[in-house]
Write a protein that binds this ligand. Structure first.
Ligand code: AHR
Length: 655
């Protein structure tokens, strides 16, 4: 290269490499970061519950889908009956001899996109059954691999003797000899005498925390690994239902699983281009299981209840909603829920909780009323809830809604904030599924929020790339950048939950999502690792961090940098999070002002998320393509001189 060209190139590099001086005031710790700050938004969308986190492998186990044998292939003499032992799930099947010794009667369940089983693992099959006649019946239960080229399709088999004419629960364990994602559960009538079968269930024995009515271990573990401070459930639009009849009713989701009535999943209907006519809610993962899971992962439970409005997107007529003067049963549901979660065992609902195995209260502190509602119709319905809740339970914090979007429904957003302030709710739930430009422009979003009104729950958010509405690195990087603003404003932002959380690769309706899975595997997206880094390194207090006297929020002259700082009083660490959203590597000179004169930084490390390909993400086949990488840092004085590559999110941790 010609000398002058070389010199020009060197000059250009030097310009790009001018250090960005950031000052962190370690002697001026600010707001306490709430333990609830980063959490989980759970909704049964994308087969997140049935077919996902809920470990049940049988679809339509109670034969209650409107097409009673949906999910089942039947052969021989199978009839559906409706006078079964469980009042709210009355249907069951009768298997009878086909009348010829060489012919067979039975059923086969297709599971959720197949029945996933792993070699050497145990699966608990259970069924409620009775003999049809005085003669004893028997069934043979098999895990099968219908597509195999092997001599036999059978992966595991057991027989079950039906010993009574009364409805009785029978259980056997099957051990699969092979790993198969798309297996099936096959049941043969194995006796001349007929049998009745109800609530046919198959669970891995090895569930999260070993609960029989349990959660899929790998998915639950991934959620626990985020160290979430709050668990919002059960949604999302699912709270509202496509109509009032299909809203989520928590009382239907507790008590013995056999008697929890089926509910349609509103995501069944939402999109015809991704249509899943078999999407129903068994409520097997119900309110008890949500509270229990929240407790086990150390998250505050945050249930969201119907305010008496069916999904407002899908119901333009006011007749679709509960009239304001008829809200009492809905308000009572909210009051009863607090009793279910917190009441002592002598109360009606506290007793239900105790009978399910948790006599101790769950210690619920928050309740959300209405999901993503808007308009005067929301406010006039919320008001009587607030009055009743404040009167009966002043200790419970109430979450209200700011509607679907601060952009496309800005007028509503502003109106709702005013009304939420007037009603004095404790937190306002903001939702933003927004493009790259929004995430880049909103770094200072909360710096100017009124500190005297309700606090913020960023209850649903994700960067939806323009023309790239799926998981990819750049979207996650911009979420990380934006989140520095949540952290800096931890005095007003008390909770933030990315959404949606889980998606089956074959059954999704909405993307991007935090965690993807198939029947056997799961993978964290890059957004997952962003959430995890914030969750693991949330610290205890905000530290002021400025560049040229200004917050680092992608402002003009800040070279695409976003940054925030916290200290952790438990570990004695200072933690600085920096997102470089620009195309150029940036030198950072991070000064920790206010350290004692002779004190020096003694330990340092940096954890980085980076990708050469901005469109890349982790997949089931390549789960570790983009994961946090940790390296030691050279430290000594009272500052840190580092370089952050282009398009990188880094967490610097020093002691
Ligand atoms: O997260 C998916 C959906 O987005 C939620 O159900 C709803 O609240 C929002 O519109």
């Amino acid at each position: 290269m010609h000398f002058s060209l070389l010199a020009a190139a060197a000059f250009a590099t030097a310009l790009a490499a001018e250090p960005n001086e950031m000052v962190v005031r370690v002697d001026k710790p600010g707001a306490e970061i709430q333990p609830t700050m980063y959490g989980l938004f759970f909704e049964d969308i994308n087969y997140a519950a049935d077919g996902g986190l809920y470990a049940e492998l049988v679809k339509n186990r109670s034969f209650e889908f409107p097409q009673h044998l949906m999910g089942w292939y039947s052969f021989g003499r199978v009839t559906v009956k409706d006078d079964g032992p469980f009042e709210r799930n009355p249907h069951y099947v009768r298997l009878e001899n086909p009348g010829h010794e060489a012919k067979r009667t039975g059923l086969e369940n297709e599971g959720y996109f197949g029945v996933g089983v792993k070699a050497g693992e145990e699966y608990r099959f259970s069924v409620w059954a009775r003999n049809v006649s005085a003669q004893a019946g028997r069934i043979r239960v098999e895990l099968t691999d219908p597509d195999t080229m092997n001599e036999s399709q059978v992966l595991a088999a057991q027989t079950v003797d039906i010993t009574s004419g009364e409805w009785t629960k029978y259980t056997v364990t099957l051990k699969s000899e092979k790993t198969e994602a798309k297996g099936r559960l096959r049941i043969f009538l194995d006796s001349p005498a007929g049998v009745d079968l109800e609530h046919v269930s198959l669970f891995p024995v090895d569930t999260w925390q070993g609960h029989e009515n349990g959660l899929r271990k790998d998915l639950a573990q991934k959620l626990a690994d985020l160290k979430p401070g709050v668990l919002r459930f059960p949604g999302g639009c699912i709270v509202e239902g496509a109509d009032l009849a299909t809203r989520y009713q928590w009382k239907n989701s507790v008590g013995p699983v056999e008697n929890r009535p089926l509910n349609e999943n509103r995501w069944l209907h939402s999109f015809t281009h991704r249509f899943f006519p078999d999407y129903y809610q068994s409520y097997g993962l119900g309110y008890y299981e949500f509270f229990q899971f929240a407790e086990e992962i150390g998250a505050e439970p945050l249930p969201i209840l119907s305010v008496g409005l069916a999904c407002q997107y899908q119901n333009s007529s006011m007749d679709a909603h509960v009239p304001v003067d008829s809200l009492q049963p809905y308000i009572q549901d909210a009051l009863d829920l607090i009793e279910f979660a917190n009441g002592d065992v002598t109360t009606t609902w506290g007793k239900v909780r105790a009978e399910m195995g948790h006599p101790e209260p769950f210690g619920m502190k928050y309740i959300g009323i209405g999901n993503e509602q808007w308009g005067t119709e929301y406010v006039e319905r919320l008001e009587p809830f607030v009055k009743a809740l404040r009167k009966a339970h002043p200790e419970i914090q109430i979450v209200g809604s700011a509607g679907p979007s601060p952009v496309s429904m800005k007028e509503q957003f502003d109106y709702l904030w005013e009304e939420m302030t007037r009603l004095k709710v404790d937190l306002v739930d903001e939702h933003y599924y927004s493009p790259e430009s929004w995430f880049l422009a909103e770094g200072l979003r909360y710096d100017s929020y009124d500190r005297k009104g309700p606090k913020v729950f960023a209850g649903e958010y994700a960067c939806h790339g323009v023309g790239k509405k799926w998981n990819h690195f750049n979207a996650s990087l911009l979420e990380a950048a934006f989140m520095t603003g949540l952290e800096r404003n931890a005095d007003i932002v008390l909770m933030a939950t990315y959404a949606p959380l889980l998606a089956h690769v074959q059954g999704w309706q909405w993307r991007p999502d935090l965690i993807w899975f198939d029947n056997l595997r799961s993978v964290g997206s890059v957004s997952y690792y962003v959430q995890q880094l914030y969750g693991l390194y949330k610290g205890t207090h905000v530290l002021p961090l400025k560049m040229d006297g200004k917050p680092v929020a992608g402002q003009e002259g800040q070279n695409g940098l976003f940054a925030s700082a916290v200290c952790d009083k438990n570990t004695g660490e200072y933690i600085v999070k920096v997102a470089n959203t620009g195309d150029t590597a940036q030198k950072l000179d991070i000064r920790f002002d206010g350290m004692k004169k002779k004190a020096v930084l003694t330990q340092g490390r940096v954890i980085t998320l980076a990708s050469g390909d901005l469109d890349a993400d982790n997949t089931l086949d390549h789960p570790d393509r983009i994961v946090p990488v940790e390296k030691p840092l050279t430290v000594g004085g009272q500052s840190l001189e580092v370089e952050i590559p282009a398009h990188t999110f880094s967490v610097y941790i020093v002691k």
